[in-house]
Design a protein around this ligand. Structure first.
Ligand SMILES: Nc1ncnc2c1ncn2[C@@H]1O[C@H](COP(=O)(O)OP(=O)(O)OP(=O)(O)O)[C@@H](O)[C@H]1O
Length: 350
């Protein structure tokens, strides 16, 4: 697993004899941006650097932990949590992160349990994406710990041999390789890392595309897709996995502003898609989703109400409120009230 990371994306033989990496490199004349490439590499590392725990974890029933509303973040520590943490997939414990002089995270703590659909909200620049990258293992905390299924992560994901959890990060921009077809984009990790024959990967790609409601797009280039379709392709790429492995680990997907820039109806489609690939949902072909838990960073009210069950509110480097989604609008916490109403008056200063 680790060795895959260093060897990056090369080489990858295509059925037409060209190599995928060569085509990516050949696209340097503008068809693929360096940021897309970086995103893909980052995402790839996250998805790949994992091993295989038992499949039946997916069937575990778990409910979101209910937290009381509170006026002060400090009082969160007095809230009793369930004693049984066996279903905790990811835990951040007192995480700090600075960029230069700028202190962004100042003691962030939370748990993501098996089966949960969690949203992270809060004012711009408060560190939500930073939290996602820390969970994903793309950034290391300056202080504090991240536990993956009870095991403390040491360093970045690229240093890990076994995490016991596949973690996928779905970026705001679909971050597809513009020079590769939809099939090659979705099957990218399998073409490169698995022993699956090409025809099997191709079949799996078609099935996975069908699961996110796409048909007959395998041979198209990303430039021939709408924005919403690109997001679906990106989602398909995140949920595809090697079905020839005996044991498949549970997967957590991290979505960074998945509905940003979409019209309300396209947002609804993506929100329902996020639900549908979750274990409690049903995909476009009527199969239960494969995602054990997911975390969504969003500013969109519709995404909060439609796609997540529990919310973490991040402000000034800490989780200052946690609660079920339906408790958000009725919260008496002045920070939450101001944010929910969009008022200029209140403790949040811009
Ligand atoms: N790699 C980095 N180097 C320097 N500063 C960074 C880096 N990554 C993030 N920051 C800074 O950290 C702060 C938090 O960024 P982050 O993207 O996590 O916020 P956010 O809450 O997701 O914001 P938004 O809601 O606007 O997307 C910002 O001020 C950002 O400029």
């Amino acid at each position: 697993m680790v060795s895959l990371l260093g060897s990056a994306l090369f080489p990858l033989t295509l059925s037409n004899g060209a190599s995928r990496s060569a085509r990516v490199a050949a696209s340097g004349g503008g068809r693929i941006s360096s940021s897309c490439f970086k995103h893909m590499k980052e995402q790839r590392k996250v998805v790949c650097a994992c091993m295989a725990p038992p499949r039946d974890l997916r069937r575990d029933e778990s409910s979101a932990t209910k937290f009381n509303d509170s006026f002060k973040s400090e009082s969160l520590s007095t809230v009793r949590e369930p004693e049984d943490d066996s279903n905790v997939l990811i835990e951040c414990r007192d995480v700090y992160k600075s960029f230069g002089e700028k202190q962004i995270l100042r003691g962030v703590s939370f748990k993501i349990r098996h089966g949960e659909a969690v949203g992270i909200i809060g004012p711009s620049g408060t560190g939500k994406s930073t939290v996602l990258k820390i969970i994903a293992g793309l950034l290391a905390p300056d202080k504090g710990e991240v536990y993956i299924r009870g095991r403390k992560r040491v360093g970045l994901i690229s240093d890990e041999e076994i995490s016991g959890l596949r973690i996928g990060l779905v970026f705001q921009s679909a971050a597809l390789f513009d020079s590769l077809t939809v099939r090659e984009n979705v099957g990218f990790l399998l073409y490169e890392n698995s022993n699956m024959p090409e025809h099997k990967i191709s079949k799996l790609v078609t099935e996975t595309l069908a699961a996110v409601g796409l048909k007959d797009v395998e041979d198209r280039l990303p430039s021939e897709l709408s924005g919403g379709m690109k997001k679906r392709v990106a989602l398909a790429r995140s949920i595809i996995f090697d079905t020839t492995q005996d044991a498949i680990e549970p997967e957590v997907l991290l979505y960074d502003e998945p509905t940003a820039g979409l019209d309300p109806i396209a947002s609804t489609v993506v929100e329902d898609l996020i639900r549908s690939v979750h274990m409690k949902g049903e995909d476009a072909v009527g199969q239960p989703g494969q995602i054990a838990s997911y975390v969504v960073v969003t500013h969109q009210h519709s995404t909060i109400s439609r796609a997540v069950d529990r919310l973490l509110f991040l402000y000034e480097g800490k989780v200052v409120w946690q609660g079920m989604t339906h408790e958000f609008t009725t919260s008496t916490n002045p920070i939450v009230q101001q944010f929910a109403s969009g008022s200029l008056d209140g403790p949040i200063r811009y």
